[in-house]
Design a protein around this ligand. Structure first.
Ligand SMILES: Cc1cc2nc3c(=O)[nH]c(=O)nc-3n(C[C@H](O)[C@H](O)[C@H](O)COP(=O)(O)OP(=O)(O)OC[C@H]3O[C@@H](n4cnc5c(N)ncnc54)[C@H](O)[C@@H]3O)c2cc1C
Ligand code: FES
Length: 255
């Protein structure tokens, strides 16, 4: 992990307030793993002093670039969304543990479950699992059709099911409704999305096969400040740092 000034080489608006940015960056030499994130220093003039954590969507080692997808939430992500091709940002990474692809054997079935802006880190995960010879299935959930993005990209890679809460696209309801309907055998489930979705998955999936990527408010991103701690099930005083020991945890490991 280190910092690198990285240049924006491509920028797209996917849907309202969801932006895709590709960056030429030496950090790619450090072998970024699917599910890892980077911490981005956005305002050069002290507008946003804290870095903002964003997951890696896709890695292009040949071109020495990687891509992120983010939703505009507040000041930091708004400033990032206003940057243009050719501008530089300072990035710290790669950070966190990523999804445990080393556990997956050729021919095993992995279900990737994503909700809303939690979906992007599952894309590189899916690509690399496919390379490993795993049977990958995507289940993507959105609130409504106009909130949906990346469905075509995921569908081109592997079998993809979609749910929307209002039924305007795909199956009506939640990702858990799709899982109950298709009733698949699986070896692993990797998931990223809002906390209620992660909790619902814990309630219906085999927790020994379920890995969840958590988002907590962060500061340093490297395990030094303890801003991102979560209690574990072990005891009242046992904590894990989401930025360092996570963001991916086996279901039930953290509360
Ligand atoms: C490991 C990790 C990976 C992430 N990956 C992505 C990603 O790939 N794409 C993406 O769009 N977002 C991602 N996020 C969330 C992103 O970091 C926050 O949306 C961003 O930091 C908000 O900064 P801001 O200055 O725009 O908003 P602020 O003004 O700081 O806050 C605006 C709103 O965003 C909420 N918020 C702030 N930080 C977080 C956070 N860490 N998690 C959840 N909500 C937050 C605040 O509670 C507030 O409601 C990730 C977060 C983590 C911890
Ligand atoms: S953000 Fe500082 S320890 Fe996790």
């Amino acid at each position: 992990m280190r910092t690198a000034n990285s240049t924006i080489i491509e920028k797209d608006i996917l849907i309202d307030n969801v932006v895709k940015i590709s960056l030429k960056s030496d950090l790619v030499d450090l072998k970024i793993r699917p599910g890892q994130f980077v911490n981005i220093l956005i305002g050069a003039t002290g507008e946003t002093t804290l870095r903002r954590p964003i997951s890696v969507y896709e890695i292009d080692s040949e071109n020495k670039s990687f891509t992120i997808i983010f939703r505009v939430e507040g000041k930091g992500t708004r400033l990032l969304s206003e940057k243009t091709v050719g501008e530089e940002v300072n990035i710290l990474g790669p950070l966190g543990n990523g999804f445990p692809l080393d556990k997956v054997q050729k021919g095993q079935t992995v279900i990737l479950v994503g909700g809303g802006i939690g979906i992007p880190p599952l894309y590189e995960t899916s690509k690399q699992l496919k390379k490993l010879g795993a049977n990958v299935i995507h289940i993507l959930g959105f609130n409504t059709a106009s909130d949906s993005f990346l469905i075509e990209n995921f569908s081109e890679l592997n079998k993809t099911y979609v749910s929307t809460v209002d039924g305007s696209f795909g199956q009506k309801g939640f990702v858990t409704d799709v899982i109950k309907r298709i009733n698949l055998d699986y070896d692993y489930v990797f998931a990223c999305g809002p906390k209620p979705m992660l909790k619902a998955l814990e309630n219906i999936m085999d927790n020994s096969k379920l890995y969840l990527s958590y988002e907590e408010r962060m500061a340093c991103g490297i395990g030094a400040c303890f801003a991102c701690v979560c209690k574990t099930k072990k005891s009242e005083t046992d904590y894990k740092r989401v930025c360092k020991e996570g963001p991916v945890f086996l279901a039930g490991e953290v509360i």
